[in-house]
Design a protein. Structure first.
Length: 520
């Protein structure tokens, strides 16, 4: 990087902070901080949903997969996400919006206390928060890795720089700041991604161009959709996981649906995000698929290939823009995660831990939300310094094995609890499926010797915890139904719009919304 690249990077950080300060005017209470007061237009929500779904891991971990295996990086990652969000646009997005518009809650998990019970809500809240700390830690490590390649700063310095800037704007402006910065970041990464795409197209002209290049020996097998550890079982497991995760199971995307004015706009928001996930990653991945022709990775997993290619192909100024594109992805995801976890802690956990938290004023609630955001970011930055330790192994291991493997047991009770067909599944089904799924993850990853070369295949590490949780949640619901009138009333409010004859009008913001009754 030279002075021009640094100017672009510093200017970007300045704009992000300025947007946070501007968004501060829009935040009057916790509803504004966590769900934008239900006033976010569907197109902004959709772009924000898309941007908050991936980070610099794409340019490190997934770049390594693309360098090694080719197009399977798209087929087994962004395509399942696009399909999952498209399905969820009808199945989950409108229902999650009604959590705010009909139940008047500000956290995606707030409804679980009445849909199941307090124990279930706390189990999912605590495990979700802990998993998110690890997940975001991997994102900080990814962007710090890229920053070290380009600037020479240490990993810890890179983590500190990105974490502090992100903490400033998302703590000041809440979800509004997240969404508006993500809109700006979307424009930046659009320009950066196209610049890299064109640069690679020019370079491969000597190899037969866009179509002929696939015959090159260096790209042998790169056109196969499923290859290596990323086979059919992995694809199907990832589709189920991303169906739950990207429609709200990992909390931050749920806030985008909750932030729109109506369930219909939440549905449109999800459809826009699905289209972006289907189209835009193709532009981003194409240079990564070509990378074996253009650079030689210095790391065994190929995670530095995209950074090396960027240094080689782009002039100064554009190089700075692409680096800013890396930051835009990571900061978008991490800031949205921080806001989601702050919502879960202040709305779901703190009132259980402290009687004072149950009677916070708007000002006290906002202060608590902002402090929680700072603490979460600090903890995730601390974890980021350990991502390459023997405990976590590397960035892509954290993202695929830990996050994908553990997400299912946490998300299944939350997401399926929204749907009428699973009304029989109550707290027993939810807690059992959650606990058994976590146990299954531990068994397939650590103490059991499966006598397989290299350990348990990746697709089973990811799919077994999800399958165990799903089967138990459904089975126990039928064997031990717990569909009480109060729980049915909650479901009715989530699944219907307007004036429902099945329930009484909901309470005011902040009150216990279980005060409903079922009429014959």
């Amino acid at each position: 990087m030279n002075s021009l690249d640094w100017a672009v990077l510093i200017g970007y950080f300045g704009v992000m902070v300025a947007i946070g300060v501007y968004s501060h005017k829009r935040v009057d209470d916790v509803s504004d901080f966590f769900t934008a007061g239900g006033k976010m237009p569907w197109w902004l929500s959709g772009i924000s949903h898309h941007m908050s779904g991936y980070s610099a891991v794409m340019f490190t971990g997934y770049a390594g997969i693309a360098y090694t295996y080719g197009v399977t990086s798209f087929v087994t990652w962004s395509f399942p996400i696009a399909l999952g969000i498209a399905i969820g646009s009808k199945l989950f997005a409108p229902r999650i919006n009604r959590l705010r518009s009909r139940l008047h809650v500000a956290s995606p998990l707030e409804y679980l206390k009445n849909r199941y019970d307090l124990r279930t809500q706390q189990a999912l809240a605590w495990s979700g928060m802990l998993l998110k700390i690890v997940d975001v830690g991997a994102k900080w490590a990814a962007i710090a890795t890229l920053l070290s390649v380009f600037t020479g700063v240490s990993l810890n310095q890179g983590i500190l720089i990105t974490g502090v800037v992100t903490g400033i704007y998302c703590t000041i402006g809440g979800l509004w700041a997240d969404a508006l910065t993500e809109l700006g970041q979307f424009v930046i990464q659009l320009l950066a991604g196209l610049a890299m795409f064109v640069a690679v197209l020019i370079e491969i002209g000597d190899y037969g161009g866009f179509f002929g290049v696939w015959d090159e020996p260096a790209l042998d097998g790169h056109a196969k959709p499923l290859v290596g550890p990323y086979g059919t079982v992995f694809l199907l497991a990832f589709l189920f996981i991303k169906l739950f995760e990207y429609n709200g199971g990992m909390l931050n995307q749920a806030q985008r649906y909750m932030a729109t004015p109506t369930p219909k706009e939440a549905e449109r928001s999800a459809r826009l995000s699905a289209v972006l996930w289907l189209v835009w990653p193709l532009v981003l991945f194409f240079p990564m698929w070509m990378s074996p022709l253009l650079v030689t990775s210095e790391k065994g997993d190929g995670s530095d290939s995209y950074a090396l290619m960027t240094e080689q192909l782009l002039p100064h100024g554009l190089l700075g823009l692409v680096i800013v594109g890396f930051f835009s992805h990571t900061m978008a995801m991490c800031s949205s995660d921080a806001n989601a976890i702050a919502a879960v802690f202040t709305r779901d956990v703190a009132p259980v831990l402290s009687a004072r938290a149950r009677s916070w004023s708007d000002r006290s609630g906002l202060i608590a939300a902002r402090l929680t955001t700072v603490v979460f970011l600090a903890l995730s930055m601390a974890v980021a310094t350990q991502v390459n330790s023997p405990t976590f192994k590397d960035i892509i291991t954290v993202v695929i094995k830990w996050v994908a493997g553990l997400m299912g047991p946490i998300a299944i009770p939350m997401m399926l609890g929204l749907l009428r067909p699973f009304r029989r599944s109550g707290p027993t089904a939810a807690l059992t499926s959650w606990a058994a799924g976590l146990l299954a993850f531990w068994l397939v990853n650590y103490p059991v010797n499966w006598n397989v070369d290299g350990g348990v295949p990746l697709q089973y590490q990811v799919s077994i915890p999800l399958a165990v949780s799903l089967v138990l949640y459904v089975l126990i619901g039928y064997l031990k139904p717990e569909d009480t009138p109060e729980r049915l009333a909650i479901l009715e409010r989530i699944n219907t719009d307007g004036d429902s004859s099945a329930v009484l009008p909901g309470p005011a913001e902040g009150e216990d919304f279980v005060r409903t009754t079922v009429r014959d």
